[in-house]
Ligand binder design. Structure first.
Ligand code: DAH
Length: 344
């Protein structure tokens, strides 16, 4: 009997209840009407009368120990937040909860998608870990093109069936996947995250987001491209926004252009944002190079198409006058909160 009591004493001393349920099982186990203490008192009846004095004292002390432990834990848990639900004051006001906000980049991506959907564009996505073929070669990048350089690309693995494996540097890789996988006509936009090995600053980041556009069919012309982008800009930045196309170069389009819009902040008068030029560049575009069509087994004599690609961060900066790219990924609640009213 002494041995049992020693064991139980040790158990009681080390017991820590984490919640009301555990404490209740403790009570039932030791102090309940069919509990250990009750049993010990039963057993006590069989103890020889000479031993009754000593054991009686031991047993009473043990009972007090169990009761005291139970009481202390109970008192502690009542002042604790974890007190059992049935003991909560149901008339207290409820806890307020924080309302989240959509991330500004998500808001703008959604807006861009919605505008192109109205024009019959589907939405497609592709992998962020790409091979050289889809990110560069199929897009007509010459072997020695500087964009393949270690400076710009995060390489993951050298060599592979379709060349080195890297984090995609642009969403144009999704064009290739789309053209390989189906038959024209294609009309889709492809939003996604891209990566470049750049030092992080207010104006550059090692990852950002783009939306790629692709339209391939018979008789698609540069005029179609201009009209589509003009409509897009009026929808996104408002009626009256001017556009201009400047000749440019991309390996995967011929001819290629960059498109500027009249600065949506100063309306073309000149401000810090547009470097006092009144114009801001928002995307690159052009007619899909016949080599790209042939690389993906599309008959370049029968089909033509256009493509464009824009940075979501850049457009978001313009829309909300954000001057530092780092704000997008720092999760500063003071920044994110400002978009609460924009929840859609
Ligand atoms: N991929 C280009 C970039 O990351 C953007 C771009 C330019 C995409 C012209 C296009 C395009 O589809 O036609 O800078």
């Amino acid at each position: 009997m002494q041995e049992k009591i020693n064991q139980y004493t040790a158990e009681i001393n080390s017991f820590q209840s984490k919640n009301a349920e555990e404490l209740e099982s403790f009570r039932i186990r030791f102090l309940g009407t069919k509990g250990i203490i009750k049993d010990l008192f039963e057993e006590f009846k069989t103890v020889s009368s000479e031993d009754k004095r000593t054991f009686g004292k031991v047993l009473n002390e043990f009972k007090q120990l169990a009761e005291a432990k139970y009481q202390t834990l109970k008192d502690g848990s009542e002042t604790d937040d974890n007190s059992s639900k049935s003991e909560q004051d149901l008339t207290l006001p409820g806890e307020g909860f924080e309302i989240g906000a959509r991330h500004p980049l998500s808001l703008v991506r959604k807006e861009i998608i919605e505008i192109f959907k109205k024009l019959g564009f589907n939405v497609a996505e592709g992998p962020e870990v790409e091979d050289d073929w889809h990110n560069f070669s199929a897009l007509n990048f010459p072997e020695e093109h500087p964009a393949r350089d270690m400076q710009d690309t995060f390489f993951i693995k050298k060599g592979g069936e379709k060349g080195d494996i890297a984090l995609r540097t642009h969403t144009s890789s999704v064009q290739v996947r789309m053209m390989e996988a189906g038959k024209p006509p294609f009309r889709a936009i492809m939003p996604g995250r891209v990566y470049r090995n750049e030092a992080i600053s207010a104006r550059a980041h090692c990852f950002f987001h783009q939306v790629e556009g692709l339209y391939i069919d018979e008789n698609v012309s540069f005029a179609d491209l201009k009209q589509t982008l003009f409509y897009f800009v009026q929808e996104l930045f408002g009626e009256g926004t001017k556009v201009r196309f400047r000749p440019s170069y991309f390996p995967f389009t011929e001819p290629s252009a960059e498109m500027d819009i009249s600065c949506s902040i100063c309306k073309g008068d000149g401000c810090q944002f547009c470097k006092h030029s009144g114009w801001v560049e928002i995307l690159g575009c052009g007619m899909v190079d016949p080599n790209v069509l042939e690389n993906t087994n599309i008959d370049s004599k029968k089909y033509t198409g256009y493509a464009f690609g824009m940075g979501i961060e850049r457009i978001t900066n313009l829309k909300y006058q954000i001057k530092d790219l780092r704000l997008f990924s720092e999760n500063d609640i003071r920044f994110l909160k400002q978009f609460q009213s924009e929840m859609i």
